[in-house]
Design a protein around this ligand. Structure first.
Ligand code: ADP
Length: 217
């Protein structure tokens, strides 16, 4: 079963690609940002505790997301055992904790999918989305803060997944359907292997230079 972590800066298309991957493989799409925003919308105790941090673009405390995600991964195990996790881990501590949760449930991720995009493109996309969706964290100063946090604390985990041999990097600065086609092609090609080849025998895959082969215009 494919168990995928999405590691990407805000605006790279984690949510969109996560949903497409989930539909394609019939696996649950666990999106930490969506779960948190849902708590805020329902005005739960957890929602009230995280609302201000979300609006400022700060991370919420690790324990909160780890609790939510452990429950979701246990549920995924009870179903078919696959998942696509979107929005977590966001720092090294979360990456380690998630690995422990995965090990205890025999549900560690077998692919870390990294969506790559430059900051100017990301700011442009997020400002365009702000006009449509009105998310409280899609204002320019907050977008800049989220990007800075990504570079500071989230991006370093990409190297950790590369050294575990489970990293797949994709260039996300292309139309949604082209990015999706490249991701699904790579995941389909890997699918027969993920349950059989031990991590230490795996190699990371960098598809960011392969745009033309996937119809880059
Ligand atoms: P984006 O990637 O565009 O920032 P998300 O929906 O993934 O959007 O996350 C929105 C916000 O939710 C983050 O800015 C942060 O406040 C909070 N959040 C989501 N996932 C985590 C996490 N794993 N750890 C801490 N905070 C998180």
């Amino acid at each position: 079963m494919v168990r995928i972590l999405l590691v990407a800066p805000p605006g790279a298309g984690k949510g969109t690609q996560g949903a497409l991957i989930a539909t394609h493989f019939s696996i649950p799409h666990i999106a930490t940002g969506d779960l948190l925003r849902d708590h805020v919308a329902r005005d739960t105790r957890l929602g009230r505790a995280v609302r201000d941090r979300l609006s400022r673009g700060e991370l919420v405390p690790d324990e909160i997301v780890l609790d939510m995600v452990s429950v979701a991964i246990a549920e995924a195990k009870a179903n078919d055992g696959g998942y696509v996790l979107d929005g977590m881990p966001r720092n090294i501590a979360q990456a380690r904790a998630l690995y422990e949760i995965g090990r205890s449930l025999d549900m560690t991720a077998n692919v870390a999918l990294h969506l790559k995009a430059d900051d100017e493109e990301l700011v442009r996309r997020l400002l365009a989305r702000a006009a449509l969706e009105g998310r409280s964290d899609d204002t320019e100063p907050v977008i800049r803060r989220r990007l800075a946090l990504y570079h500071e604390v989230t991006h370093p985990i990409v190297g950790w997944y590369a050294s575990r041999g489970i990293l797949v990097s994709v260039d996300a600065v292309r139309p949604v359907e082209r990015v999706a086609r490249q991701i699904l092609t790579a995941l389909e090609a890997m699918r027969p292997l993920v349950d059989h080849v031990p991590e230490h025998a795996r190699r990371s895959i960098d598809l960011t230079g392969l745009g033309a082969a996937f119809g880059q215009s």
